[in-house]
Design a protein around this ligand. Sequence first.
Ligand code: CA
Ligand code: CA
Ligand code: CA
Ligand code: CA
Length: 305
Amino acid sequence: MRKLFFVLLSLSFFLYISCDDGDIIIVELDFDDTFYSCGVNNLVLYKTKEDPSESLSLKLTGVKLSDILAVDAGGVFEKTYTISTSNPFNYRTYSNEKLPSDLFCSDIPDSSVTITNDIESTSGFADIKTVLTEDDNDGVSALAEDRDGNGDPTDDDTDGDGIPDYIDSDDDGDNILTALENPDPNGDGDYSDAQDTDGDGIPDYLDPDDDGDGTLTRDEENESQDQNPANDITNSDIGPDYLNPAVFSKVPATKYREHSYIQTYKVNMTLRDIDIQVLSADELDFGKLENSALTKTVKKTPAFN
Ligand SMILES: [Ca+2]
Ligand SMILES: [Ca+2]
Ligand SMILES: [Ca+2]
Ligand SMILES: [Ca+2]
């Protein structure tokens, strides 16, 4: 019986085919370090390449994409799936010069695709690790938004609206987005030069009364009550009333503006101990999952207080 085995070398690896006559055929499997997913009730994790056309795929029966995104409170999901007859790993070659992008996504196989080799492994393990990161992209790094520096950014909530600063796009709750309050004017990651209109030592993005006139910024909505004090301008030479200490008439805000932040799931998979008859590999770094569903925008409007 001929034997095949994988050897991982950096991000490319080789398939060695040892024939009975002693000849060794080496096929380079220079796949990208990214992979894709398909399936509603069964998850297929796969990667394809062309010239020559090949695919690697792992089918996880009864697993949904949402299952591997179910991170714990620390933002991590880790699970080892056993490769088996119901969770097979396949290496395939094709006679087609080009492969359809949805090769593993259609219920009915594409009749134009011709498989020339199909090598299946039904043992081994697939280690999947998912890490969720969340950021408000407000111009202040999540590290800096861990204001007390205790390593836990979830316990820092400047405006007390229930949304911690690292995912709060309006940190001081004044209805002016942090990104618009110049927290880092020259973009060097040093926030000591943050805009501080009233010079009280509290930068505008953390100061609920930016011009220090005694009227909260969020309540300086003299013209339009739309949770946006930036468009209330009594003196166009000075600018918005919330940055003009000479104007301090109060039109109380009644709610916060809508907040949004980005969730990004990074999914990596490593295959281990693939070793069935014609295929063996101690460890195969399958790479990082690419899927538009891994980035989500979360929108919420906090309760007004
Ligand atoms: Ca907050
Ligand atoms: Ca603000
Ligand atoms: Ca200030
Ligand atoms: Ca003010």
